[in-house]
Each structure stands twice: as C-alpha cells, then as structure tokens.
Write a protein of this length. Structure first.
Length: 407
C-alpha cells in the first residue's frame, strides 16, 4: 500500500499547489485501477464476452467542493502528471471539447452525468496516477471512472459502479472520439481481487472468476506506441459492423462459426478475417476462464497462442515487436514438457503490452526472457513487471468521516 499512500500524498500536494490559499486541504480521495485483458480481445464492441482483470496501478483523485461565483459554478481540475495542467469548466453553460485528452475525458464525464439528468456540483479535483499511459493498460478508462466516481460522490448522485463505467465510456466515445467498447471501464469499476471479471458486453452482467493462487500475472511493455491508433481502432469496429450487416445479425456475437463459413461468399476477404477473429475469440473466453480457475497452464498456453495468432493474422493489430516479444516469452515457457503458462498481446494492439499468465515459479523466467533475450536485440527496450489483480474503483480516503457531509 506504500504505492497508494504515495499517490494520495501526491494528489494532496498537487491540490494544495493548484488551489492553495483558496482551497482547503482535500479530505476525500478516490481511486480506479487500470486493467489487463486476459482474453476476449476486440470482442466487447461486438457484444461478446471478455475476461479482463483490474491491476494494482491506478488513477487517484483528491476532491473537495468548489465555490460558486456570481451564480456560476465551476469544475476546476489539475492533472498533476501533465505538468500541473489545469482546466476550468463552467457548469451552467454548454461544455465544449478541448484539444487536450485529459480535459476531454473530464469534460465528457461531466456532460455524460448531466445528460442523465444529474446535477453536477462545483468541485475542485487534483488527479494523479501510476497507470502507464498509452501502453494498453487503460489509463484513460481509469481516469474517467475515478473522475465519475468522485464527482458522483461529491454531487450526491446515486449511481451503480456499472453506470459509472457507462458514463466513462460515453466520455471517451463522445469527447475523445474513440469508439471503444465497455470492457476497460467495467474492469476498472468492478474488478475483484485475485480474480478476473467475466463480462457479458451485451447484457452488462459480470461475474468474478477466481484465478488459481498458483498463477502469476506478468505484463511486458514493448514501449512501442503507434500513431493513429484511434483511427485504426475505429476502422476495425466499422469493419465488424459491416460484417454483421452482411450476415444480417445484430452483432458478430450472434454469428456461429458454421454460419460464418456458410455465408462467406460475396463477403470481402478482409471483413471475413475480421469476423473470423471475433467469432473464434469469443469461443476462447469461457475455456480460458475455466483454465485460469483451475491453474491449467497447458490450456492457457494453447488458448493464448490461438488468440495471439488470430489477432496477428486475422485482426492485424499486432506489430513486429509485440510478435517477437510474445515469441520470446512463449519459447521460454514451453521449453519443458508441459507449458508453464501462456502469453499474448493485450489491449487494442498497435504496440503496447503483452500479458503472460504463468506458474508462480515461472514468473522470473518471463522477466529474464524480456530483459536478457528480447532486450539483447531490441532498439526500444521492453520493461516487465509482475502485477496483482485488485478490486475496482473505490473511496480510499484516509480516516473516513463517519457520515456524509451535509451541504
Ligand atoms: C481498447 C478498447 C476496449 C477494447 C480493447 C480491445 O482497450 O478501449 O473497449 O475494444 O481495446 O479488446
């Protein structure tokens, strides 16, 4: 918890620096974690099943009520990790987009809450975190979820965590322009410790899947960040929608492997491959949940390998560095008779991270494969760390007051 205490201290200090004399020292703190997706990649916006887990990296917000000046209320915020960059939003006027990503997430959350008929009260926020940015570990989802949670608390808005996830997704869709699905925000809002979250992206229902205590989660970041990820992502989504239209189904979740083959005539070859990825990936989710629960590393190795191949060949969202890192770690894990675990790309792709789920005793083997083998031959060195699976967004205020403050 030292990591979290540091984040709280940083948020408190950033708050004082930004709002200093006008603001009292903040007492309320909220946190929302990043996530790693274990399997079910590019499936959420096709209304399928996914299996992410929340990780012990998070965004933290310090929040206090803000003043009303001359009949106008404001949200004032400072992004500590973006050079103490600040934003100020007038609450009783239409809220426009900005050209800064974090400001857009903040504004998008306020607008999404307002659109649901909630009154967002004036507030001051200081935001910091340790989710690596742009690595595919959902720094933006954790940012939007924690801002939504903090504003909902301060404005006394009664909403479920799942609803907060929808608010955060809407902010990303409407204000950032990424047509992302609901997986990242749900994982950040509803994660459970030592468990993955089996999420039905059509119904919104979710269930924690306990992950065997024999297993460790290792994430390796290639450090590669591709340009134009948003447009490539939105293009994949549009291709899936076009394929669903071809098959006359609401979403690709409704397409069976048999119907895919039977109806592929007249379907563009690229759309066929995209659909084949989605259909095959959805079928891998439930067996992976069972394998993780039972600590079945042979099954995890097979399912992860199939997923990665499908993302490389059919969905075409990997890059050479990610493929090489997966190959290097995979070789280290399968050197013996029984595979010690599995490895695949995770997140949207186009660079970013790979995830390995391995026997605890093999975690060091993965770190060595990254540092000694992969990095020996890499222009951009990769970094790797062992993560734990944690609970979702919550109030982390030190010494909680016994009752909610009254106005
Ligand atoms: C990004 C999106 C998610 C999901 C993944 C791919 O993280 O935000 O909604 O589509 O990519 O699985």
């Amino acid at each position: 918890m030292i990591r979290r205490e540091r984040l709280i201290a940083r948020a408190r200090q950033g708050y004082r620096l930004a709002f200093g004399t006008q603001g009292e020292s903040p007492r309320r703190f909220f946190a929302a974690p990043g996530r790693v997706n274990l399997i079910g990649e590019h499936v959420d916006y096709n209304e399928g099943f996914v299996l992410p887990c929340a990780i012990n990296r998070e965004t933290v917000v310090a929040i206090q009520a803000g003043p009303e000046v001359g009949g106008q209320g404001y949200i004032e915020a400072v992004a500590i990790d973006f050079g103490q960059n600040r934003d100020k939003i007038a609450l009783y006027e239409p809220i426009a987009r900005s050209d800064s990503s974090w400001q857009n997430l903040l504004r998008g959350v306020v607008v999404a809450l307002q659109k649901r008929g909630h009154e967002v009260l004036p507030a001051r926020l200081a935001i910091t975190g340790d989710v690596p940015i742009g690595a595919g570990l959902s720094s933006s989802a954790s940012f939007a979820v924690v801002v939504a949670l903090a504003l909902a608390y301060l404005s006394r808005i009664q909403v479920s965590k799942a609803e907060l996830a929808l608010v955060a997704q809407e902010a990303e869709n409407d204000f950032l322009g990424t047509k992302c699905g609901i997986m990242d925000q749900m994982a950040s809002a509803l994660g459970a410790s030592d468990a993955a979250l089996l999420l039905d992206c059509r119904s919104g229902q979710s269930m924690p899947i306990a992950v065997s205590s024999e297993l460790a989660l290792v994430v390796a970041d290639t450090g590669i960040r591709r340009e134009l990820v948003t447009s490539a992502f939105n293009e994949r989504r549009a291709q899936c929608e076009a394929a669903a239209k071809h098959f006359n189904v609401r979403a690709l979740r409704d397409l069976s492997a048999r119907a895919l083959e039977a109806g592929r005539r007249d379907l563009d070859a690229t759309l066929y491959k995209r659909a084949r990825h989605v259909v095959s990936e959805i079928a891998r989710v439930e067996p992976t949940a069972v394998a993780l629960n039972q600590g079945d590393t042979a099954a995890i190795a097979r399912l992860f390998a199939e997923s990665h191949t499908s993302l490389r060949e059919d969905y075409e969202v990997t890059v050479p560095e990610v493929d090489r890192l997966v190959g290097t770690i995979g070789a280290a894990l399968s050197a013996g008779d029984t595979p010690l675990g599995g490895v695949r790309m995770t997140g949207a792709g186009f660079g970013g991270c790979v995830v390995a789920v391995v026997r605890k005793s093999a975690a060091d083997l993965v770190l060595e494969a990254v540092h000694d083998t992969y990095n020996a031959d890499a222009d951009t060195p990769a970094s790797a760390a062992i993560y734990s699976m944690v609970g979702g967004a919550s109030d982390i205020s030190p010494q909680r007051p016994s009752s909610l403050p009254t106005s």
